[in-house]
Design a protein around this ligand. Structure first.
Ligand code: ATP
Length: 517
């Protein structure tokens, strides 16, 4: 026992020296808005309109390091549990800092791994930024690239009959947004091809869900952004010979080499980075990619992984083949409370959702949400789930990260997550913002030990068995058998359709190739 605990502790000692002396977010209390030093009164009103009357501890801690005495001098790495309010923790100080800007140009960029997540974060900025005259844009590929460009870049009004120099025109393009929330792919599209889209004035870069974003290269977006925001002789006075509006009035934003102590070789004002996750990586090689300046870690307590305090975990132990029955019985006891059921793959998400919908008398609206679906369908499902038209969402891990849906009181792991990180992100869809929530995990007997060990990594030692009455399982058997029959038929017909579709596409492809020859 002791040996295991010792090993766990050893694992949690970070390799990087700066990670060993973090700011403990746990030492902060909530802070009522009127008591928050330097808060712009216009932002206070905007927050009140969002029904926010005080800031959460992580938000107070970040405020201290940005608007407070910390003055954005260090890059911030924020490791704080799911639902603790990380979005506002970075959005509020950025908006407050930019509230005094004279000329509109792109000064803050927030990058997130998925469209739905980017949309959600944009909503938070959109609720506060207009109060101080700032505008927020979204680059996620939701609309056509042409529409997106017209929202991000302002074109000069041209008068008919006058001949314009195209070179001069492209210099006149200006950003329509101060803050941009983007997914990496669309960001790269704009960097590569949108005239007038520039990162030369960027002052804040937020990498939300950092460990997920660092796991994949996403068209090398990070090295590209870092390269474009690095100081160079050219970026010192980019258009020295032209009288651009951007060189007037916004001199503060022009990058120049700093001579201040600690800033040698860095541009100044340097690009401030804020990186966040509920399971922030401690891997030095991954963090090195971010090129952090004198980083400061903000984390809650000693443990690397933490679950929300209000989360209760339960396990349901059953044979593999009885899992659907236990799930249905559990859903019945939850009586239509908002619930997310997680599976291990997009295929099993589809199968499970189809099967559940064959249990005719459940009287619960159940839909799937997975990476297999078109984005538009996924967003539609999510909207319906938000407003309560759907009560149960069966999801693959596409849903695990960051999604904030009000009123989700239960999370069910139909399949045991492979890692504690996955458990944290799944379970974290409930028990958010200090509210209560429950996470149920269906387990085979032989999985119980592994599951217990996994939860210990997050210091989560209480996970009692949740018993489903055996008579409710028995009463479901006949419905289950007929639902399974229907599922088999549906799967067979879908496989047949897929094959037909595939072969018709191959045939069309061959025809096209023959035409080319
Ligand atoms: N100061 C506050 N007062 C009341 N509610 C708040 C406050 N700050 C944030 N919230 C609410 O708390 C919820 C969780 O916030 P947020 O999505 O930022 O959490 P998070 O830490 O980013 O979680 P995750 O790690 O899952 O992404 C949201 O519904 C948000 O509106």
């Amino acid at each position: 026992m002791e040996k295991a605990a010792e090993q766990n502790n050893k694992q949690s000692v970070p390799v990087l020296p700066w990670m060993r002396s973090p700011i403990d977010v746990g030492a902060f209390d909530d802070c009522l808005l009127p008591l928050l030093p330097f808060l712009d009164p216009r932002l206070e009103v905007a927050l009140q309109n969002m029904a926010i009357s005080s800031l959460f501890p992580v938000q107070v801690a970040v405020w201290q390091e940005t608007i407070g005495p910390g003055s954005f001098e260090r890059d911030l790495c924020i490791n704080s549990p799911t639902g603790s309010g990380k979005t506002l923790a970075y959005a509020l100080p950025i908006v407050q800092m930019l509230s005094t800007r004279a000329i509109r140009c792109l000064r803050a960029l927030v990058v997130l791994p998925t469209r739905d997540l980017a949309l959600q974060v944009k909503e938070v900025f959109a609720a506060i930024a207009p109060a101080v005259g700032l505008s927020v844009g979204l680059a996620v590929g939701q609309s056509s690239i042409v529409d997106e460009i017209s929202e991000l870049v302002k074109r000069p009004k041209l008068q008919a009959g006058i001949c314009y120099d195209p070179e001069a025109l492209s210099l006149d393009l200006q950003s329509s947004v101060d803050i941009l929330v983007a997914t990496p792919g669309r960001l790269m599209d704009h960097i590569n091809s949108t005239k007038g889209f520039t990162l030369e004035h960027l002052r804040y870069l937020v990498v939300d869900e950092t460990d997920r974003l660092l796991r994949e290269a996403y068209q090398s977006w990070l090295p590209t952004v870092l390269q474009l925001t690095r100081c160079s002789a050219k970026s010192l006075f980019p258009h020295a010979n032209t009288f651009l509006p951007s060189t007037f009035g916004s001199l503060k934003t022009i990058r120049r080499s700093g001579v201040e102590r600690g800033f040698k070789g860095k541009s100044y004002p340097r690009l401030v980075k804020m990186v966040l996750s509920a399971t922030l990586t401690q891997d030095p090689s991954k963090l090195a990619q971010l090129d952090l300046h004198h980083p400061l870690l903000l984390t809650t307590g000693q443990r690397r992984y933490r679950l929300p305090e209000q989360l209760e975990s339960f396990k349901l132990i059953c044979e593999s083949k009885l899992k659907p029955l236990y799930l249905v019985a559990l859903l019945q006891t939850l009586q239509g409370e908002k619930c997310i059921v997680f599976t291990s793959s997009v295929e099993s998400t589809h199968r499970l959702c189809t099967l559940l919908n064959f249990f005719g008398d459940l009287q619960i609206k159940i839909k799937e949400y997975s990476g297999l679906q078109r984005q538009s369908l996924r967003s539609k499902t999510l909207r319906a789930f938000r407003v309560g038209d759907i009560q149960v969402l069966v999801s693959s891990d596409a849903m695990t990260r960051g999604m904030d849906v009000d009123g989700v009181t239960n999370v069910i792991n139909y399949d045991i997550p492979a890692y504690i990180k996955t458990y944290i992100h799944r379970a974290g869809r409930t028990a958010r913002a200090g509210k209560a929530g429950r996470c149920f995990t269906l387990l085979r007997k032989d999985e119980v030990k592994r599951f217990k060990k996994m939860l210990q990594k997050a210091d989560h030692n209480s996970c009692p068995v949740y018993s489903v009455p055996s008579d409710s399982i028995e009463s479901l058997r006949s419905t289950y058998n007929s639902a399974m029959e229907k599922l088999k038929e549906t799967v067979a017909s879908e496989t047949h359709k897929k094959r037909k579709f595939k072969s018709s596409r191959m045939f069309k492809g061959k025809e096209l190739n023959n035409q080319k020859v």
